[in-house]
Design a protein around this ligand. Structure first.
Ligand code: F6P
Length: 328
């Protein structure tokens, strides 16, 4: 256990994700439990560069476990990617006598954190907070489960109207570089087709598959399209292609957009965030730095940042098979 650790700062960075507040709460309360001081940094790394800090205690984080978004606000900071900005951030941390930092965010945030650790030898532990689930070394990221539930609820509603009008709906879901949201929500919502960046189905095979579904007696169809999918230039262009190549369907497009990032976190995300927040403070007390807390086989693990940001595709091919079989 490190005796030099007295004050820990926490920030949220990148796109917000439901459960970030539960993670902040767990970090702050874990600090209180271990008689450490805690400080919130507003607007992610930008707040670090500008010195936008606030002392927190166990009561400052009351009634936030159930709230979406992040009470610390978040940003994608350009200044922090400049050496000058990082120097300012380090100076503010020293001024405030902060000994370590917990960063809740995605791969961009961990890349920034890793550069900072190498330059200033400052201890940082990361928690994976992104709805995309696109971080290596963890089975789940904070916010992913809630986003999936939001998407499934929305597609259930779209299915009602699709079915009533015998329509084909293309539904775009988030996931800039990864198809986790599309694949899992697509199976959960019973989509006929799921298009993800990791697997190029090709437009012609898509039309053939839709024709087969129609022949088998289906009167409406849902296609879930990950925003990172490359099959069409964009979802509207793909809708035009389907209109021109498939007879008998009225085609509509729904882009779910940022509703997927909001809302009260699911129980799973609250528990995951709480476990990760406690594990982050434990790791700092053990003298760890330059690592992310992950969950693997339902156990908390420590993963070097370098591993976490590798972008190893972790799409489960078995899920593609399940999607194919169950949508027949
Ligand atoms: O990384 C999370 C995410 O929600 C992606 O799925 C999406 O592409 C992106 O953020 C949207 O970012 P912004 O809110 O900056 O438009």
């Amino acid at each position: 256990m490190t005796k030099n650790l007295k004050k820990i700062a926490v920030l949220t960075s990148g796109g917000d994700a439901p459960g970030m507040n539960a993670a902040i709460r767990a970090v702050v309360r874990s600090c209180a439990y271990h008689n450490l001081e805690s400080v919130g940094v507003f607007r992610g790394f930008q707040g670090l560069v500008e010195g936008d800090f606030k002392a927190l205690d166990a009561r400052s984080v009351k009634n936030i476990i159930n709230r979406g978004g992040t009470v610390l606000k978040t940003a994608r900071s350009k200044d922090f990617f400049l050496k000058e900005g990082r120097q300012k951030a380090f100076d503010h941390l020293k001024e405030q006598q902060i000994d370590a930092l917990v960063v809740i965010g995605g791969d961009g945030s961990f890349t920034g954190a890793s550069i900072f650790i190498n330059e200033f030898d400052f201890p940082i532990v990361g928690l994976p907070g992104t709805i995309d689930n696109d971080i290596s070394g963890t089975d789940f990221t904070i916010g992913y489960d809630t986003a999936l539930n939001t998407v499934v609820e929305a597609i259930d509603k779209i299915r009602d109207t699709a079915n009533s009008h015998n329509r084909l709906f293309l539904v775009e879901v988030m996931g800039r570089d990864a198809g986790h949201i599309a694949l899992n929500s697509g199976i959960g919502a019973g989509a006929e087709e799921i298009l993800i960046p990791e697997e190029d189905m090709g437009k012609d095979r898509l039309i053939e598959s839709l024709q087969r579904s129609k022949k088998s007696g289906k009167t409406s169809s849902i296609i879930v399209v990950s925003e990172g999918d490359q099959i069409g230039k964009n979802i509207f262009e793909l809708a035009e292609f389907i209109k021109n190549n498939l007879e008998g369907y009225d085609v509509r497009v729904t882009v779910l957009g940022h509703i997927q990032r909001g809302g009260s976190p699911s129980c799973y995300d609250r528990v995951l965030a709480s476990r990760m927040g406690v594990a982050a403070v434990d790791a700092l007390l053990e003298g760890k730095r330059d690592i992310m807390i992950g969950v693997q086989h339902n156990k908390m693990v420590q993963v070097p940042f370098e591993e976490a940001i590798k972008h190893q595709p972790k799409i489960d091919l078995e899920l593609l098979r399940v999607a194919d079989i169950t949508s027949i």
